[in-house]
Design a protein around this ligand. Sequence first.
Ligand SMILES: C[S@@+](CC[C@H](N)C(=O)[O-])C[C@H]1O[C@@H](n2cnc3c(N)ncnc32)[C@H](O)[C@@H]1O
Length: 296
Amino acid sequence: MGERHGDTRGSLPVFERQWREMLDAEAEPEFGAQEQLFAELKCEALAEILPPPPATVLECGCGSAEVSAFMARQGYDCTLLDAAPTALRVARRRFEREGLRATYTLGNVYRLPFPDDTFDILTSFGLLEHFADVDRVIAEMARVIRPGGMFFADIVPERFSVQTVGTVFNAGVRLAYYGLQGRPGRGLHEAGRLFRPDFYENDYSLDTYRRFMRQAGLRGVVIRGNRPVPVLTLPGPVERPYVATLRRARGLWRRFDGAGTPATNWWGAGWWAWGVKLPGDSAADDGEGRARGPAE
Ligand SMILES: C[S@@+](CC[C@H](N)C(=O)[O-])C[C@H]1O[C@@H](n2cnc3c(N)ncnc32)[C@H](O)[C@@H]1O
């Protein structure tokens, strides 16, 4: 990755445009049935990983803040930060529609507008992969966590995973769909975009993320592959049984997400990474897989 900084493809205007379209369309920032199920499972896992409320939480790059809304419902005190003003409007709309409270902050993760040691928990979902110099971002995030507080990141780097298989399938669907309409050029364009999204994604390995987290003063670092199935472009009548089957298999799915083996880390669509900020450099490493919550 060398000396590249930030996101080299200009992700931020792309995100701002997406949030604006969502806002203008009065669209709820809801996902489809598949994403909804994935989010449910993520929230279930988070409830086991994170210390329970009451606790202060900062979500960086909150976007529509779906997971934070789940946490606010549990009683966490949420601060939502995003660099895209429209993302904050979408997040606020979600929270206010549900009668939830949060603090909304326009800000950049390279320089968070908070003093050192502020939050009990810091979260990000689908954010870290958008930076070339993500070590700087992780260090800045760790700065605002209070000693004993927890860092949690949902990372989806650019690499082979089950979603790559899904993307090949989804590209085929687009080629077939537009091909049948006599618009093969459009099909090629849409299929190509799947393999090169508008926003920047880094391709750091799991070990590199682990190193960056430890450099930032996090200990008890755990990184696990999650989600053994891809998001597929499916028509409603096919999607419903697909999602129903996945729901029936959620026990197996949860076992996959909890395994943390080289195979599940490789195959899983994303990585969940967490660790605890211990005070000072002298803090002893308590070993992988034994992250401690803020209460300890
Ligand atoms: C892929 S979206 C994820 C949104 C949300 N967390 C989710 O899972 O749906 C990434 C978000 O990070 C925000 N973002 C990108 N660069 C940022 C930066 N430097 N500082 C703060 N937020 C940033 C974008 O505006 C966008 O809302």
